[in-house]
Write a protein that binds this ligand. Sequence first.
Ligand SMILES: CC(C)(COP(=O)(O)OP(=O)(O)OC[C@H]1O[C@@H](n2cnc3c(N)ncnc32)[C@H](O)[C@@H]1OP(=O)(O)O)[C@@H](O)C(=O)NCCC(=O)NCCS
Length: 193
Amino acid sequence: MIRPFQGMVPRLGARVFVPDSALILGDVSLGDDVSIWFNCVIRGDVNGVRIGARTNIQDACCLHVTNAKWPLLIEEEVSLAHNVMLHGCTLRRGVLVGMSTTIMDGAEIGEGCLVAAGSLVREGFQAPPHTLVAGWPATVKRDLTPEQRALTESVWRRYVRYKEAYFQDGWPVAEPPIHPDPQPGFAVGNPYP
Ligand SMILES: CC(C)(COP(=O)(O)OP(=O)(O)OC[C@H]1O[C@@H](n2cnc3c(N)ncnc32)[C@H](O)[C@@H]1OP(=O)(O)O)[C@@H](O)C(=O)NCCC(=O)NCCS
């Protein structure tokens, strides 16, 4: 389900996959070839959410933002495994976030990092590029091994293929809703509630 909020209509690139059970609302933009999987919630109601091309957000992820303070930025070719919780943080290009991890406000995960499954990333945490971040709370463990780099690179590529397989099976390409009076997003003038 893709819904406007206060006139802010989600913006979608080409060949984006959003099944009915996912909710995308408000000031959210999705790049080309993004896939959002079953039962995800992406709520751009009090700040903006940007998701770059070829990123996949797997089943039951929950993405939100902080009013007037922390938008959510996810760059290109990022993978969020099942049941990830992101709040007001930044994920640079090519990050893989393992299952059931939580990343909180103001944290920034550098390009190509792997955040291990089941981790808790604290507010404001900064992860250097291409490192393994793991634990509860998470720390930077070390540079990624070649195997971990290969895993991180492979998941987003697979998910671009998976959503194309769903399109072949008749699942629709996502379309934004029509709104009679669309409003700009928070970064370009819409007031915070
Ligand atoms: C990170 C991961 C790949 C493990 O890799 P690994 O090669 O076994 O890890 P390493 O041996 O390099 O571990 C390095 C350190 O991180 C710790 N660590 C690894 N995985 C961890 C986890 N999930 N939680 C907490 N700590 C973890 C290890 O204990 C080790 O800590 P130490 O150096 O203090 O002893 C794996 O735990 C993971 O999260 N995979 C992603 C799974 C997933 O979500 N798949 C879905 C993709 S679609």
